[in-house]
Design a protein around this ligand. Structure first.
Ligand code: F6P
Length: 456
């Protein structure tokens, strides 16, 4: 387990809620060319007691054995031999909420295809504009979804269902779900969406409603706890690294050329750090997790001046949440999801660097590139598409088995069920002492940008 994910986890926090005993034989048993006996032992079925270790390090395991306690583990995701819902009675709904991310349509497609082809579910709907679609006050109708409706949607970025930020009150949303007779709800979204899904699951439980709520974690920032990799992240890194290459080309093409690239990353700098690592061209990578000084002998401006004097060009990659201390009125406004709206660090740095070189009477050719929404709205690349298919399939298997209040995650190369409450306890961040950040420092040769600096 990554050090930045460590928290005091108990077996209770890892337990997955079930709507009731799964008594119906899965239609997947008749799906293969095998006879029922062979199919019953088909390895693609996952037992409910199959678990995946949180920490795969041998030392951690030995410690557990020595202390006589069971190691922490997640329930493994996958098709169950027995399911809870009768497919002919299922009314499934899918919603996407929060910011866009490559792969949303691929997940929608995978959900519909698996429900339809593997379980024979025919009543599937799309909820328009996230949680707004569960509030009568907005008047959005459900969209019927079938194989034909979703067959080509993976060709496009964005979400065919539309998205919005902010949740409604759980009681109102569950009223709507009851009225619509929905018994399975898939929520594709980030931290805010998943908290909304958890609220719906709790409200449904309090009412004794048999509603399965299954999340598919989405965030281009890759910052959801207990999720090793979010879908869309690889696509984002691939496009961002192309942008860094362009910034480098621009920087090389002019005397004292600087390419400044701003990338998404509200509170976690995973896209910036990983894309910079992919392309060795960045000289400075600024992320929310690592403080930096701008002014002073150890600050970015002085280092940049030295670099331009000696090498003639430089590339700066900045994540949107970096350097917020530079703004006097930081952190006042929030978006509808409750996230602090950050000030524009890219524009600020562009202005500051230009001003500094002007005051030093030195030439500067700075090109500022902000590809944020171009990246976020792109269709998923092949690797993310495959990943989205798996996530959608596993989400359907979990829901049909009557599991609820969970999300599908990839952990130690296995798909697992994570309780939503656990995943949303803490956002994932880059560990300043971890391997990703030290690789960035090594790969870019970036100095410690601090006036209390040990290394210059
Ligand atoms: O979904 C995460 C994210 O892409 C962040 O990186 C970014 O800060 C935010 O969403 C911006 O979203 P919007 O402009 O849609 O509110």
């Amino acid at each position: 387990m990554a050090a930045d994910q460590e928290q005091n986890i108990t077996a209770e926090m890892l337990a997955i809620d079930n709507l009731g005993p799964a008594k119906i034989t899965s239609p997947l048993l008749g799906f293969t060319a095998m006879g029922p006996d062979e199919a019953a032992s088909w390895e693609s079925f996952t037992e409910d007691d199959s678990r995946v270790l949180l920490d795969v390090r041998a030392k951690a395991l030995s410690e557990c054995i020595a202390e006589g306690r069971a190691p922490d583990s997640f329930e493994e995701a996958g098709a169950r031999r027995s399911i809870y819902f009768d497919p002919s009675k299922v009314r499934a709904a899918i919603l996407t909420a929060g910011g866009l991310c490559p792969g949303l349509n691929d997940v929608i497609r995978a959900l519909v295809m698996t429900l339809h082809y593997r379980y024979g579910v025919r009543n599937i709907s799309g909820v328009k504009y996230g949680y707004q679609g569960l509030s009568p006050e907005f008047g959005h109708e459900l969209v019927p979804l079938d194989v034909r409706a979703v067959s080509q949607i993976h060709e496009f970025g964005g979400t065919v269902l539309g998205s919005s930020r902010g949740a409604m009150t759980p009681a109102d949303m569950v009223d709507s779900l009851e009225r619509l007779n929905i018994n399975i709800l898939f929520c594709i979204g980030g931290d805010g969406t998943l908290k909304g899904a958890h609220g719906i699951a709790l409200e449904a439980k309090a009412r004794g409603l048999k509603l399965a709520v299954v999340g598919v974690p989405k965030t281009i920032d890759n910052d959801i706890g207990m999720v090793a990799r979010s879908f869309g992240f690889e696509t984002a890194v691939a496009i961002a690294s192309d942008v860094i290459r362009s910034a480098h080309t621009e920087a090389l093409g002019a005397p004292h050329g600087v390419g400044l690239v701003k990338l998404m990353g509200r509170d976690s700098g995973f896209i910036a750090a990983t894309a910079a690592l992919a392309r060795g061209d960045a000289n400075y990578v600024l992320i929310p997790e690592i403080d930096f000084d701008l002014e002073g002998p150890g600050g970015l401006l002085a280092h940049l001046e030295k670099r331009l004097d000696s090498r003639g060009h430089a590339v700066i990659v900045v994540a949107e949440g970096a350097g917020q201390k530079l703004f006097q009125d930081q952190g006042r406004d929030k978006d509808a999801s409750g996230n602090i709206l950050h000030k524009d660090i890219g524009a600020y740095l562009s202005h500051a660097v230009n001003g500094y070189f002007k005051s030093r009477k030195k030439e500067l050719n700075l090109k500022y590139i902000d590809p944020s929404y171009i990246i976020r709205s792109a269709p998923a690349n092949a690797s993310d598409q495959v990943y989205c298919s798996f996530l959608g399939q596993k989400a359907v298997h979990a829901a049909m088995a009557g599991k609820t209040d969970l999300l599908i995650s990839m952990w130690n190369d296995h798909f697992v069920h994570v309780p939503i409450a656990l995943a949303t306890m803490r956002r994932k961040k880059i560990d300043p002492n971890g391997v990703l950040w030290s690789s960035v420092m090594e790969g870019t040769g970036q100095p410690v940008l601090s006036n209390n600096n040990r290394i210059v």
